[in-house]
Design a protein around this ligand. Structure first.
Ligand code: ADP
Ligand code: ZN
Length: 737
């Protein structure tokens, strides 16, 4: 059922009649053969509609030789019903799909669903009817109607989108349409995108920038598929530099994809792009309406959308003429997809460049250790921009030893940092306090009996969000109002918050500087491109003095008036012993520090810690980035950890705990023995329960040269599990929960 990468393409395969092999999208039942009716010109990559039992399903005609032959007599074949009117998926994209399915142990159908992510895109051209609010109020009001009208004041979309946004049923929306509270709007879905102008406002690059840009541009000219690690310090002008390559690709008539790690970075990026190229690029992310998705998908497929900026899922778009992929902030772990097909967008981007023959640029001030290693061994080309652009200097970094310079009782900000904040407020400059914890407090407990609030569905604490008066689970989204009394001992007013989250830091600052304008910037407040744009505008207009934020605001943003960064708890990320804990902490703090002093005024960074001697902290303070990476690389090598060895996690889950344990034991018991392969577990996963499912885990550790995927595929392929059991494999895992 799953292709093994080593089957030669184009292997002979009986073709007595016009027969095609079709990968069905909606089923994980493997590819099926169909016959082509006379005159239907379907070839590999063509999107078709085929019958399966009484149903009609979408599928893609696939290449011969990818899947093992399963001869079916010609006369038993059913015919393809319809050839969809879109360009066939290109050869390079099909090879990418083969590779992703093979490497990440997924089905072809799973990967193709990402390629054809907009089912609406396949519908015939024309217009679509959306609905929007009118001024009419319905004469008969129900609570649901009121809720919908309230939530959808300025909204526009399809019935089901409006219903989802308002949290009501489709019927409520249809009812409101009937009484005239919403009116239809015809939306054309084939509007062209404006064309970016390569030389609209090209900046003069400095010498370092120009050298880097020239290298990428000459690869574009040659049409080769080099991978570049664009390694420039924060504020060095990496964006301006890769924009030069974007301009070059446009001149060559090629399409460009820019991947960003967070939707929240989209809007500032669009503005910068527009300033440089005269028009905004097309965007692609999960928050888009179906009609927008359809338009973007089709224009990418036709080649008319020339530049697309998007989240990782944009990687699978069917570009007609792709010529360059930029992965910005390429070290970010949000490029790793954790559900469905568990792929890493950075690695898939590199493979796409390889299969389709174009360069890929990984831009970062703090490259992933793996990427840096690839550059060291000559697989990637390093392009360095060692200094900040213009007069801006890198900020100075200092550690605050919390054991000596201790915050007041029940507070989290040391006197030195508090004083630095005060100086900024006096001078009218801006500050950023970084703490990677949403909400008010990470743990709530009862001071009388010690009861802790745990999520009923997950092995995790409920996090207090005081702004919305809720306790929330950050894993499954379960929420509850904070109770007045302890549910265990029934003592009233006995609940206490333990530890700080960003909201609590906000309160602490507000109590000391009541005049300060403070903004809490997290995924709770910056959940859409529009919210993020509003936030950026407020900072730029100096309507905000102090930002208290999570990792969401530590990258990408350029705020010239921001001169102070305080890292509230540098030790936080070092807990837990994850393989990448040190690297990740280093990157996060470097990125946060990189927000300071990007304009003319110098920046200052304070790192609060209980262990200033820790290698991560001391490397940060001394500015010894390469020394840190080298030491970390040596440790990985000694441990046989990535990039020197490989991991795969096998996660077994079920609503029934005994069933999950039983299944994991049978997997453990049949573990293969192979040279250089070690299997640990099964054991309960650290997140032993998630969304109501009990989870067991095995960790496979393999030497670099083992055929890890083939071994796992054979191993798991032979086993059978009860219906309620799910077995997922995470190749190159980033989360060890
Ligand atoms: P990075 O992405 O490396 O952190 P940016 O690309 O955001 O850096 O650049 C930092 C600032 O310097 C931005 O405001 C950018 O517009 C400006 N800048 C960088 N290079 C140039 C250049 N060659 N000409 C004019 N402005 C530049
Ligand atoms: Zn939960």
């Amino acid at each position: 059922m799953i292709a093994t990468g080593d089957v030669p393409l184009g292997a002979p395969y009986s073709r007595l009649m016009n027969r095609v092999r079709v990968v069905l999208l909606t089923q994980v039942i493997g590819p099926l053969d169909y016959k082509l009716p006379d005159g239907m010109d379907a070839k590999p990559g063509s999107i078709v509609i085929v019958p399966l039992g009484p149903r009609k399903l979408t599928g893609v005609v696939w290449d011969e030789g990818v899947f093992p032959d399963e001869p079916v007599e010609d006369k038993r074949l059913r015919a393809v019903l319809e050839l969809v009117d879109t360009p066939p998926l290109r050869d390079g994209l099909r090879r990418l799909v083969d590779w992703v399915a093979d490497y990440y142990l997924s089905s072809h159908a799973g990967v193709l669903r990402m390629v054809l992510s907009s089912s609406a895109a396949l519908a015939p051209k024309g217009t679509v009817t959306e609905y929007r609010r009118t001024d009419d109020e319905p004469t008969r009001m129900t609570p649901q109607r009121a809720a919908a009208l309230d939530a959808l004041e300025d909204a526009q979309g399809l019935v089901r989108e409006l219903a989802a946004e308002a949290g009501v049923s489709d019927a409520v929306i249809r009812g409101l349409i009937k009484v005239g509270a919403f009116e239809p709007v015809e939306v054309t879905i084939d509007d062209p995108f404006p064309v970016p102008q390569p030389d609209f406002a090209a900046p003069v690059l400095n010498e370092e920038q120009a050298a880097a840009a020239t290298e990428i541009c000459s690869t574009l000219d040659e049409g080769s598929s080099d991978v570049f690690l664009l390694d420039g310090v924060t504020g060095s002008g990496k964006t301006e530099t890769y924009f030069e390559a974007v301009a070059k690709a446009l001149e060559l008539g090629k399409q460009v994809l820019v991947l960003l790690p967070e939707i929240a970075l989209t809007q500032p990026f669009l503005s910068r792009f527009e300033a440089r190229f005269g028009v905004a690029p097309a965007t692609w992310h999960s928050g888009m309406r179906a009609t927008e998705r359809r338009r973007v998908w089709r224009k990418i497929a036709s080649g008319e959308a020339q530049v697309v900026v998007g989240a990782r899922s944009a990687l699978f778009m069917p570009f007609a003429n792709p010529g360059l992929i930029i992965v910005d902030e390429a070290h970010e772990i949000s490029f790793k997809q954790e559900d469905g097909v568990r792929y890493h967008a950075r690695d898939v981007a590199v493979m796409r460049g390889k299969f389709e023959g174009f360069p890929v640029v990984l831009a970062s001030a703090t490259p992933a250790l793996e990427s840096r290693h690839m550059a060291r061994i000559g697989r990637y080309k390093t392009l360095e921009i060692p200094s900040r652009f213009g007069a801006a200097k890198l900020p100075s970094l200092a550690a605050i030893d919390l054991t000596e310079d201790a915050p007041a009782r029940g507070q989290w900000i040391a006197p030195t940092l508090m004083k630095a904040l005060e100086e900024r407020l006096d001078r009218g400059e801006q500050s950023l306090l970084f703490l990677n914890r949403r909400g008010y407090a990470p743990l709530t407990l009862c001071r009388t009996c010690g009861h802790r609030f745990e999520c009923p569905n997950c092995t995790s604490w409920m996090v207090e969000h005081r702004l919305v008066r809720r306790l929330a689970c950050h894993h499954c989204g379960h929420v509850m109002p904070p109770p007045d009394a302890c549910p265990e001992c029934e003592e009233e007013d006995s609940l206490v918050a333990c530890g700080p989250g960003v909201e609590r830091i906000r309160d602490e600052v507000a109590a000391i500087f009541p005049e300060a304008r403070i903004f809490v910037a997290t995924s709770d407040t910056l959940w859409s491109p529009a919210k993020a744009a509003d936030f950026v505008a407020q900072v730029e207009n100096k309507a905000i003095d102090i930002i208290v934020g999570t990792q969401l605001v530590t990258k990408g943003y350029h705020f010239p008036e921001l001169t102070l960064v305080g890292v509230i708890d540098a030790d936080l990320g070092l807990e837990g012993g994850d393989l990448r804990a040190a690297e990740r902490t280093f990157q996060q703090i470097m990125q946060a520090a990189g927000r300071a002093g990007r304009g003319e005024k110098p920046g200052e960074v304070y790192i609060q810690t209980r262990s200033p001697e820790h290698p991560v902290i001391s490397a940060l303070v001394k500015g010894e980035r390469d020394e840190f990476y080298d030491a970390e690389t040596e440790q990985r090598k000694a441990a046989g950890a990535p990039p020197f060895g490989r991991f795969a996690a096998i996660i077994i889950s079920s609503e029934d705990q005994a069933e999950a344990i039983e299944a994991s034991r049978s997997i453990g018991a049949s573990a293969p023995e192979a040279d250089g392969l070690y299997v640990y577990g099964p054991a309960p996963a650290p997140l032993a329960m998630l969304r109501g499912r009990h989870r067991q885990r095995l960790l496979v550790h393999a030497r670099r040269d083992t055929e890890l995927q083939a071994i796992i595929r054979d191993w798991l392929g032979d086993l059978e599990f009860p219906r309620g059991v799910r077995v997922g494999v995470d190749v190159d895992p980033y989360s060890f929960l």
